[in-house]
Design a protein around this ligand. Structure first.
Ligand SMILES: NC(=O)c1ccc[n+]([C@@H]2O[C@H](COP(=O)([O-])OP(=O)(O)OC[C@H]3O[C@@H](n4cnc5c(N)ncnc54)[C@H](O)[C@@H]3O)[C@@H](O)[C@H]2O)c1
Ligand SMILES: O=C(O)C(=O)C[C@]1(C(=O)O)C=C[C@@H](O)C=C1
Length: 301
């Protein structure tokens, strides 16, 4: 039994187009309607064929949907919901794929009073963006975290769970605040560090341009992949998950200062103890089969 028959996806970039492609691959009879505020994206998405139709307005896109999935930057969720609020069918479920959950829930609840809203976050992605970047297997063996508010109807949460499972994801249910704290350390802070280190190296690069490029084959190259992630998406993530990111950043800064002191005062045993602990963590992740190589990081199996 299919959980939804008429799905509207708003935002046809990496994640929106991946969801559409995964629906086509796993639930081919479901009708997929798409909408994106960027006319260029709508035109590029049409020949890619992952939507049955692409609407010219958010309102017309949702008119007979039973699931409306928002795949726009988290800072745009409230505005786009307000755009289609008057046309949303009363029995539709509204969900999203945003990287932080508390801010999205409050923006959607304010724009869509009385609607059934079940926020979701597929913990899967790449540094690429746009409709060409998506692929149907993106969610296979990845976590998708649902953060239903306390008063959400359990039948709607259950339908959304089945939906994500049909796309290949393993579903977990979590409180939105807890989600934002966990993702601040596992996803948001690593991105902030990558943006910082690449920016710092680039500043140095004005003096030693050739060295920065020439010797960037190892660890630095991995940071540049993460630092290539979409600027608008990540601007919104940091501004929306401010409290949790600042809390994790504070702890990180304290630990960094401790390392700085260990180096300054030749505390080799402290450095070695930390590096041994972190190597053990990596080894246990690999042993659990959660990682063989960087692109598969985060896959459950
Ligand atoms: N990129 C990742 O790795 C990743 C992973 C999981 C979740 N997410 C979340 O998914 C969402 C989408 O990210 P993405 O990577 O697909 O970005 P993307 O830039 O590839 O796509 C976003 C699309 O939204 C459209 N858009 C922006 N504002 C809009 C509006 N008001 N109305 C309609 N369309 C609008 C843009 O034109 C663009 O095509 C974000 O909330 C992000 O936090 C991203
Ligand atoms: O693999 C990557 O490139 C990602 O950044 C994916 C990643 C992550 O940090 O794990 C990025 C943002 C998300 O909301 C979910 C997944």
């Amino acid at each position: 039994m299919l959980p939804f028959a008429r799905i509207t996806i708003i935002g046809l970039g990496l994640i929106g187009s991946s969801v559409a492609r995964a629906i086509k691959a796993n639930m081919p009879t479901v009708r997929v309607t798409g909408y994106d505020s960027d006319t260029g994206v709508r035109e590029r998405a049409r020949p890619l064929g992952f939507c049955d139709d692409i609407a010219g307005h958010a309102g017309t896109a949702v008119i007979d949907a039973d699931l409306v999935l928002l795949a726009v930057p988290v800072g745009a969720m409230g505005a786009v919901a307000a755009e289609f609020a008057a046309d949303l069918p009363a029995d539709a479920v509204v969900s999203d794929v945003g990287s932080c959950k508390q801010s999205v829930l409050s923006a959607l609840s304010a724009a869509l009073p009385g609607a059934v809203i079940i926020p979701a976050h597929p913990v899967a992605g790449t540094e690429k963006s746009g409709p060409e970047a998506g692929f149907a297997t993106l969610f296979q063996g990845r976590w998708c975290i649902l953060t239903p508010p306390a008063d959400a109807p359990s039948a709607a949460t259950e339908k959304l769970r089945i939906f994500w499972q049909r796309l290949g994801a393993d579903v977990e249910i979590m409180d939105a605040r807890h989600h934002d704290m966990v993702l601040a350390i596992t996803s948001h802070l690593p991105h902030l560090i990558a943006y910082t280190i690449v920016g710092t190296a680039d500043d140095l690069g004005e003096v030693t341009q050739s060295e920065v490029i020439k010797y960037s084959a190892g660890g630095f190259r991995d940071f540049t992949r993460i630092a290539a992630s979409d600027p608008v998406m990540w601007r919104d993530v940091f501004l929306s998950n401010k409290e949790a990111v600042l809390e994790m950043l504070q702890r990180f800064s304290e630990d960094l200062t401790a390392l700085q002191r260990a180096i300054r005062y030749d505390k080799g045993e402290d450095l070695e103890a930390l590096f041994t602990r972190t190597r053990d963590i990596r080894r246990s992740i690999v042993e659990q089969g959660q990682d063989d190589d960087a692109p598969d990081f985060g896959r459950k199996h």
